[in-house]
Design a protein around this ligand. Structure first.
Ligand SMILES: [Zn+2]
Length: 225
């Protein structure tokens, strides 16, 4: 009887100790950071906007030429066009940005792109955002916002703002400048609403927050959360 009682005490003390230990645990092992900053095209100086529009136009022209919605151009910060990429299928992971990185890597045998800018017709998805971060681009400039494509037009997207991925740059010691909405007046026409075709083709029924519109402030460190 005494043995059973002792065993019971030991078991209870182990349970109590583990419960106490869990109380001290954070909800995640990682530091909680706000989404990285993002600058919108409307807030750029006229000179900077003109610079970025020049190269976004190249990405747009590549998309149109290949009857695609998604294309990208990699440009040195001195204005030298290095290569382009376009999503024409072959694999669901051959997004415009990934294809551009693959093309440039083949051409120049460079693993990273520290002094380069990535121009892309659509905001990078989580896969491309991670690829852009790992390959150490200095800036990423995109046209159409994921939130507009997904919440407003019902276009299938992984529903996450790219600066939710770019905020993680602290883990690889690399932070990227993010600029959105450059020439989205043109690229948004690539995404006519498919809300009446939900669940077919490119269409989905978006799960978005009530009250959201494209005029709502985008979460970033600048705006707060
Ligand atoms: Zn992508």
């Amino acid at each position: 009887m005494r043995l059973i009682f002792t065993l019971l005490l030991v078991i209870l003390s182990i349970i109590a100790a583990s419960a106490h230990k869990n109380d001290k645990c954070p909800s995640s092992p990682y530091f909680d950071v706000a989404p990285s900053d993002i600058t919108h095209a409307k807030d750029l100086s006229a000179t900077e906007l003109a610079f970025h529009e020049k190269y976004m136009k190249i990405a747009i022209d590549v998309a149109v030429k290949h009857n695609s919605k998604f294309a990208a151009a990699i440009v040195h910060k001195n204005g030298t066009l290095m290569c382009t990429g376009v999503n024409i299928g072959g694999s669901r992971m051959y997004h415009g940005e990934v294809k551009a990185i693959m093309n440039c890597t083949d051409l120049y045998k460079s693993a990273t792109w520290e002094d380069h800018y990535m121009y892309t017709t659509g905001e990078p998805c989580p896969m491309c955002s991670a690829a852009i971060m790992w390959t150490k681009f200095q800036k990423v400039i995109f046209a159409s916002y994921v939130s507009n494509m997904y919440c407003e037009r019902c276009f299938n997207q992984l529903p996450m703002d790219s600066n939710e991925i770019f905020k993680l740059g602290y883990g690889i010691n690399h932070n990227i400048v993010v600029i959105g909405g450059v020439m989205d007046n043109i690229t948004d026409t690539f995404f006519p609403s498919v809300c009446n075709q939900a669940e077919t083709g490119w269409g989905v029924t978006p799960l978005c927050q009530k009250g959201w519109s494209r005029d709502c402030p985008r979460p970033s460190r600048y705006f707060g959360n």
